[in-house]
Design a protein around this ligand. Sequence first.
Ligand code: GRF
Length: 197
Amino acid sequence: MPLKLAVLGSGKGSNFVAIQKAILSGILAGKAQVVLVASDHADAGILDRAREFGLPWEALPQSAFKTKLEPEIEAGLASSIRRAGADLVVLAGYMRVLKAPLLEAFPERIVNIHPSLLPAFKGLEAWKQALAAGVPETGCTVHWVNVDLDGGDVLGRERVPILPGDTPETLHARIHEAEHRLYPAVIARLAVELGKV
Ligand code: GRF
């Protein structure tokens, strides 16, 4: 039985696309299945991509906050994820901090990808933080999600060199390429570890 994924995102959805492509013809074939794609922005690209793949999708009601959801909206999202039968919640560019309704509904079952080698450069625009710090390399990290922002146990990391002349855009693009390899690989491992394949 494949691992059933609920994917949450606020933006373009390139990580979601990488995961879905790996399901259709890559390392996640037979191992995972996307049962819901949800976004806090009705016009987010990730929902367009979900519709193109013919997958179930949901746009959340508009929130009065920017960085979190009202508890009742988040509880509604948790209900949708349960109804969809998801085993694992996959945050793919989801830009709001998770609160009790989701964290308590899916303990140890929510993963996130962050564009740095955690614990370095937590928070927003981590690639810019890395450039400003002058470090020779950065990368991306997949980790469990808990109440500590970008602080849950690490599931996998990929290193990305910082090259002479890198701009925030070129560096972020190189990190994205690494993310698109790392996220499907970690989910494939979790499908085995969680006993689904
Ligand atoms: C990625 O850089 C990810 O690390 C961060 O948000 C971005 C999402 O990009 N959490 P996309 O929407 O998957 O293209």
